[in-house]
Design a binder for this molecule. Structure first.
Ligand SMILES: *Cc1c(COP(=O)(O)O)cnc(C)c1O
Length: 372
């Protein structure tokens, strides 16, 4: 089993050990340590934002963002059906209603042309989720925002270092969020970041992250928050990783190009778009979609690849097909054919930053064999 190629292995060979040792040497291991603020400031600046609030992971970043924006009962939030549960969960837990939109079959991102038809008088926000390496087409969405005045919440969990027409992903939302899970472009093991330009929203997020303790009367609470804090140990990793973001993005792009060369001519395989007119793919993961003429689905392909010692992960399962929501009677008569197809025919190949070129060749050989 030792030659099994995992779907992700992070790269931790920069200053990670040095900064972690500093935590241990100084005794600063909690969220009170100095690396947390440093990480927040540097990360926010890198994304072109004024404020950064480090949190425990990318999912709770969304919870805090939804709460800080004041979304709740009676409000509708438009989001893609093809996304991770965290997005819909944040909306639902706040008591607001998720309203779904299908994806583009080539970029796999929110189909912006379908958003306007979903707007109602109750629409308070649109949550965009840049997916798998290419950004959502923001210009037409920003035009709608201008016209209708909804709030924009941007889930940039997969987009560290990506830009839309030259502007950083994560710089578009009233609030934008990131994750530092080990398969993201920079990792803290577990971790996340909220970024915003609005000082009041930033303060609100800081307070929500820290149980809404009050400065003067610590244990007297005007509101309910959470413990969503990031530790100094995690921030130490983040600082070391962030130093290499450009290099990591370049490596991912190299991997994308290499996979494309290696997989050229494999019949029945849709590869990720290399670019659109607004961005060049950064391949958060290297996704593939099986064409309809292949007589098997993603589940079968992934099982066959596992037998060849190649790790994979399925694509997202759409929100409108989630048992947890269908049990509540939601989305029962809604169909989003692109998302449904991506869920059944899409999966991703080993894409982590520690993946070697030799391993990519082995993966491609296995894919070729499986698709024959
Ligand atoms: C990874 C991810 C998250 C969740 O981040 P965690 O840190 O794992 O909680 C949220 N949204 C998207 C789009 C993601 O890819």
């Amino acid at each position: 089993m030792s030659d099994f190629i995992p779907v992700n292995t992070p790269l931790l060979n920069g200053n990670e050990k040095k900064y972690l040792n500093a935590c241990i040497d100084t005794g600063w291991i909690s969220s009170e340590g100095p690396f947390v603020r440093e990480f927040e400031e540097q990360f926010a600046a890198l994304m072109g934002r004024r404020h950064g609030i480090a949190v425990a992971n990318g999912s709770v970043a969304l919870d805090a963002a939804v709460a800080a924006l004041g979304l709740g009962p009676g409000d509708e939030v438009i989001l893609p059906t093809f996304t991770i549960i965290s997005c819909a969960a944040a909306v639902v837990r706040a008591g607001a209603k998720p309203v779904l939109v299908d994806s583009d079959p080539l970029t796999w991102n929110l189909e912006v042309s379908q958003v306007e038809a979903k707007l109602t008088l109750r629409t308070r926000a649109v949550m965009v989720v840049h997916t798998y390496g290419l950004p959502v087409d923001m210009d037409p969405l920003l035009a709608l925002k201008e016209k209708y005045g909804f709030l924009l919440l941007e889930d940039a969990a997969e987009m560290h270092g990506q830009t839309y027409r030259g502007r950083p992903c994560g710089s578009f939302g009233e609030i934008s969020t990131f994750s530092f899970y080990p398969n993201k472009h920079i990792t803290t093991g577990e971790g996340g970041m909220i970024v915003t330009d609005d000082p009041q929203l930033a303060e609100k997020c800081r307070s929500l992250r820290n149980l809404c303790f009050q400065p003067g009367k610590r244990f007297v609470h005007e509101e309910l928050g959470w413990n969503f804090r990031l530790s100094n140990l995690q921030a130490a990793l983040g600082l070391a990783q962030m130093e290499r973001l450009e290099e990591f993005v370049a490596r991912k792009r190299h991997m994308g190009r290499r996979y494309r060369e290696l997989l050229a001519g494999v019949p029945g395989l849709q590869l990720p778009l290399e670019q659109t007119d607004y961005a060049e793919n950064i391949y958060w993961v290297y996704g593939v979609v099986l064409e309809d003429n292949l007589g098997f689905d993603a589940e079968e392909a992934m099982a066959r690849l596992a037998a060849c010692q190649v790790g994979t992960r399925p694509f997202f399962w759409p929100m409108h097909e989630q048992p947890v929501f269908r049990k509540r009677g939601w989305f029962l008569d809604e169909r989003y054919p692109v998302a449904e197809r991506l869920a059944r025919r899409g999966f991703y190949l080993p894409s982590g930053l520690a993946l070697t070129d030799a391993q990519m060749e082995r993966v491609a050989d296995a894919v070729r064999q499986v698709c024959r």
